[in-house]
Design a protein around this ligand. Sequence first.
Ligand code: BGP
Length: 475
Amino acid sequence: MSKLPTDFFFGAAMSGPQTEGAWRRFGKVDNLWDTWSNERIEDFHNRVGSYAGNDFTDRHNEDFAILRDLGLTSWRTSIQWSRLMDADGRVNPEGAAYYHELFADAKKAGLETFVCLYHFDMPTYLFRRGGWDSREVVEAYGNYARAALEEFGGEIKYWFTFNEPVVEPQNRYTFGAWYPFHHDFAEARRVQYGISLAHCLGVAAFRDLQAAGTVRPDAKIGLINCFTPPYTRENPSEADLEAVRMTDGIDNRWWLDLVTKGTLPQDVMATLAERGVDVPVRPGDEQILAQGRVDWLGFNYYHPARVQAPSSDTDEYGNPVFASEYVWPDAVMNESRGWEIYPKGIYDFAMTMKRDYPDLEWYVSENGIGIEGEDSSKDASGAIQDDYRIDFVGQHLQWIAKAIEDGAKCRGYHYWAVIDNWSWNNAFKNRYGFVEVNLSDNYSRHLKKSASWLREVATTHEIAPHSEGFVSESA
Ligand code: BGP
C-alpha cells in the first residue's frame, strides 16, 4: 500500500477549447480549432468539430458538484484568448463576465481554480498575422496576459502561461498533423522561440501586477509541459546518445532552462545553428528571456519518448532529423491512442528534477488514459467497467508516492480528463473520464466504475494495488 502526503492535492485538468463549446456565444471570436472545423470538418472523428465542447458551459455547476463528490479540491481550465479579447486586442466584457461567473461558481462549490492562459488555441485573426512566428503576435499575447491578470488577478491564485508549448511546433509545423499542416522544422523552432518570448512577457506582466497589488500576494505563476523523458536502447551508440541529447534538449531542457535560469540551452542552440536552423534572436531578447523564471511547474505525463540515432540526416521535406523512434520490444501500448504506457517515467522525471532543478516545486498537471469503444464494457446497470483506468492511475500514483519518498517536490495530481471531453481532431473517439459523457443523451454525465475508486484514493491518499495490470516495471 502506497501513501501520499496529507497535503498532496487531487484535482481535475481541463481546457477551455475542449469543454466550453458555446461557440460564438459571449462574444467569442474564432480560434484555429473553429477555423479548421469550418474548413475541413471531415478531418474530425465522426465530423465533430470544436463547437460544443462537452457542454461544460451549460453544465458547469453540475460538473463542479461531481468533482467535489469525487473528493477533488481543485481544477484547471484555460481562458480562451478568443473569448476574453476582441479582435482589436481589448477585453470583451461578455467574455470577462463569462469567466468571472465560472470562477465564482467553482469557488462556491469549494474548488480552487488553476488558470492556464493558452491551450493550443491561437485566435485565427492573429494566426493570419503570422501566429507565433510574428513579434506582433508575441506582443499581443503579452497584452492579453496582462489584461487577464488585471481582470482575474484578485481571484485566482494559480496561473500558468502555456500548456505544452512543445505541441504546436510539432503538430502544426513539423508533423503536418494539425492546421495549417506544415512540415517545416525551422519554422517550428521559430514558433518555439516566439512562444518562449511570449511566456516571458506573461511572467513579466504577472510580476509587475503582483508588485502593484493587482495580482494577489500569494499567487504563483508557472508553465505546464509534457516533459516526456527520452529513453534509448540498451548499449547505445554515441549517435543514439546524441539523439537523446537533442530530443531532451528541444522538448525538455529548452523549457526547464528557460523557467529556472531565464536562458535557453546553449548546446542545443549551437547544434541547431550548425545544422542551418536559424532561431531569430534579436538584440534585447536576452533581457526578455531573463524574465522567464517561474514559481513552479506543471508536468503532464502520458508516455515516454524512445529514440535512437536517425536513419537519415534529413527527411523527405529536407528538414534536419536528430532522432528516429525506437520501438522498445517490451513496450505496453494503449492501442486506442498509440501511446506507450510506462508509469515509471513519472519517477524518472521526478529524479531528473531533483538532480538538475532541485529548487523547483511541481505537480502532475495531466495524466490519464483515453480508450476507444468504452460503451462495450457497460455492465447491466449501464456503468462502464474501466478497470484499466484504475490500473493506469493507481500505478502512476504509486510511482509518484515513491518519488516523494525519495525527495521529489511533487505537490499534487490533476487527472486528465475526469469528465470525458473533446480531444481535438479525435473529438470523442478516446474517452479519458472517470465520468462518461453520453453523446446520444444530450451530454448527460454517468459515473464509471473507476469513479468510486478515485473518490477513495482522493479522500484517503492511500493507493492499494488494484491488479498486476499491464506494466512491465511496477513500483
Ligand atoms: C495533452 C493535452 C490535452 C489532452 C491530452 C490527451 O497533450 O494537453 O489537451 O488533449 O493531451 O490527448 P488527446 O486528447 O490528444 O488524446
